[in-house]
Design a protein around this ligand. Structure first.
Ligand SMILES: NC(=O)c1ccc[n+]([C@@H]2O[C@H](COP(=O)([O-])OP(=O)(O)OC[C@H]3O[C@@H](n4cnc5c(N)ncnc54)[C@H](O)[C@@H]3O)[C@@H](O)[C@H]2O)c1
Length: 398
């Protein structure tokens, strides 16, 4: 990096739960990995809730807070933008930003509907800016390490992928009817957290070819209307009036991967005591590995040990031997932890590496086409649930 390089100006649209994670990520991009990225100017955070935008701009050191996403699209000094608002807004914002020549990192799921996601993937094909989706778990050192084991054949032929994303954020029936509970089947737990575990499964074990045996259910069919702003999964003052929950709290399904591998999946937002439970086991004939986001700085690995007395899974503690760790944390020593916030920094760095076309970029972010793919898989899961669990083919991987 040279100080004379033209700075990259970044903005974040949405100052809620995930918007602040993007803001923190951009703030840290030049503290991780090698030189090559230009200086980053933290230009603006936009949110319709101006108090939230102002607070986030102050906390993360952004130049200004803006009251709308349109103000970001109209600002000619901004180069790259994260879209971190409710899913139904992703498409109009992405279209306006791309039309204004800005690089876009859009949160998952790609859009509020399959139609919107298809339009965004189409837009990507003709865009001359970077268009990316925020699958943050790809940046988890443990998950990336497990993918490496699989790719190197260290588990042998894969036998079973068993994945879940169990959360508790919707267990309280007095929790407000936020945007998360609106939209049709597939936009609930499947779109919100299922999209992450589906993407993680394909990232580790390869493309899914079909899904079957799907069941969707809603445990809390009505929720009170919020009286004010709702941030993330937080509680908020609510009215005595209730509205209908339009999507699933819980879903399960089976998948067959293109390789023939079988997968079983379950997702829920109404699982008591599980704040952020993305977890999976991947089993093969010659080894196995397991990851649990509740213990993000480690994973389990097992393979054939010659001495029967010491056979069994080993706890691999995150350290510089894992992807992203060396150069990615200030204290490069084993056992200092690995966090969700780090993953957002690595993701922001990967996105800006793509934008700045650095010589040795981090692995690229998922594209809009890959974001659409997850939504096609979710559509197939919903279709399976509506046809008594029939097998439904998903489009071939891009
Ligand atoms: N990658 C991850 O780990 C992760 C985690 C959480 C959420 N997400 C995704 O991030 C997105 C946002 O989720 P969240 O939990 O941060 O939501 P949130 O409800 O906490 O925040 C959304 C923000 O958008 C603002 N907003 C609404 N309409 C707006 C408008 N027209 N213009 C400007 N701002 C507007 C709201 O005021 C709110 O502050 C979603 O797509 C979600 O799926 C990703």
């Amino acid at each position: 990096m040279t100080s004379s390089a033209k700075p990259l100006s970044v903005a974040v649209i949405g100052a809620g739960m995930a918007g602040r994670s993007h803001a923190a990520g951009y703030r840290n991009v030049n503290t991780v990995f090698g030189a090559g990225l230009p200086p980053v100017r933290l230009a603006a955070i936009a949110d319709a809730n101006t108090a939230l935008a102002e607070d986030a701009a102050r906390r993360y050191g952004f130049d200004k807070a803006l009251p709308s996403w349109e103000a970001v699209a109209e600002d000619p000094t901004i180069d790259a933008v994260s879209i971190v608002v409710g899913n139904a807004l992703h498409r109009p914002i992405a279209e306006a930003l791309v039309a204004a020549g800005k690089h876009v990192l859009c949160e998952k799921p790609l859009a509020g509907s399959l139609e919107d996601a298809r339009a965004m993937a189409e837009l990507e094909r003709s865009a001359d800016v970077v268009t990316a989706v925020g699958y943050t778990f790809r940046r988890s050192p443990g998950i990336a390490a497990i993918r490496d084991h699989v790719r190197r054949g260290e588990l042998g032929d894969l036998t079973l992928f068993s994945g879940r994303y169990w959360c508790d954020y919707a267990t309280d029936p007095k929790g407000p009817l936020s945007w998360r509970f609106k939209g049709g089947a597939g936009s609930g737990a499947l779109g919100d957290v299922g999209s992450h575990v589906i993407d993680a499964a394909e990232y580790v074990a390869g493309p899914i070819a079909s899904v079957s045996g799907a069941t969707l259910s809603t445990q809390i069919p009505k929720r009170p209307l919020p009286l004010g702003a709702v941030v993330g999964h937080n509680a908020a003052p609510v009215s005595d009036e209730f509205g209908e929950v339009e999507n699933e709290d819980t879903a399960s399904f089976t998948a067959r991967f293109e390789s023939g591998l079988v997968g079983t999946f379950s997702v829920t937002r109404t699982g008591f005591g599980l704040p952020n439970g993305l977890a999976f086991d991947v089993l093969g004939v010659g080894g196995r590995a397991a990851f649990d986001q509740h213990r993000p700085a480690e994973y389990l690995f097992d393979d054939a040990q010659p001495d029967a007395r010491t056979r069994g899974a080993r706890q691999i503690i995150a350290g510089p031997q894992l992807p992203y760790f060396a150069g990615g944390v200030p204290m490069e020593a084993p056992g200092v932890g690995a966090s969700n916030a780090d993953n957002f920094t690595y993701q922001a760095r990967a996105f800006l590496d793509q934008v700045a076309r650095v010589a040795e970029p981090l692995p690229a972010c998922a594209s809009f086409a890959e974001g659409l793919r997850t939504m096609e898989i979710i559509r197939a899961i919903v279709e399976s649930s509506q046809t008594g669990g029939a097998a439904v083919t998903v489009p071939p991987a891009v």
